[in-house]
Ligand binder design. Structure first.
Ligand code: ZN
Length: 171
């Protein structure tokens, strides 16, 4: 099935993020049955809080299309998008959003909030749970390894001693 094929490509992007020490989330943009852009999560490498896999892939697809609107494109991402990325999906007029694992800490499709697509002037078709297990396993393995390597993670170092109302996204 095509959804699984494209999600497999998004999972490969997630593995690239993990290899760089970033939270493993990956995305691809598909137009006419072909992948036109790929993105992996890279806020650490980019020094950019907006550099989520979805945003990276949308920027590349838009640049390639020479158009900031991508109405004939579908976005595949391994993890339920956050509110920022759903906002970008609406801005880009993405036709269809397919995601893998649910994100109970930041997912804005239906986990921490229900994104108000019906109140906006664009509502993509949304499907979740495609290859959710491998996407979740990748995240679990990443956080397990990071915990195992002690308090050296960049995020951990910055937040050491800080009193946060929210736990880290280790779930
Ligand atoms: Zn996001």
């Amino acid at each position: 099935m095509d959804d699984q094929r494209f999600m497999t490509a998004a999972l490969a992007e997630a593995r690239k993020a993990a290899a760089r020490g970033e939270v493993p989330v990956g995305a691809v943009i598909v137009r006419g049955g072909r992948i036109v852009a790929r993105g992996s999560n890279r806020p650490l490498a980019s020094g950019d809080p907006t550099a989520h896999a979805e945003i990276v892939a949308l920027r590349r697809a838009a640049r390639r299309a020479g158009n900031y609107r991508l109405p004939d494109c579908d976005l595949f991402v391994t993890l339920e998008p956050c509110a920022m990325c759903l906002g970008a999906v609406v801005q880009a007029r993405v036709r269809r959003l397919v995601y893998g694992a649910a994100d109970p800490k930041a997912g804005a499709v239906s986990s921490v909030m229900t994104f108000p697509f019906d109140r906006l002037n664009h509502r993509p078709e949304v499907l979740g749970g495609v290859l959710a297990d491998p996407a979740a396993a990748l995240l679990k393995g990443f956080f397990r390894r990071r915990r195992g390597s002690g308090p050296a993670g960049p995020r951990r170092a910055r937040t050491a001693g800080a009193k946060f109302p929210f736990g880290p996204r280790d779930g």
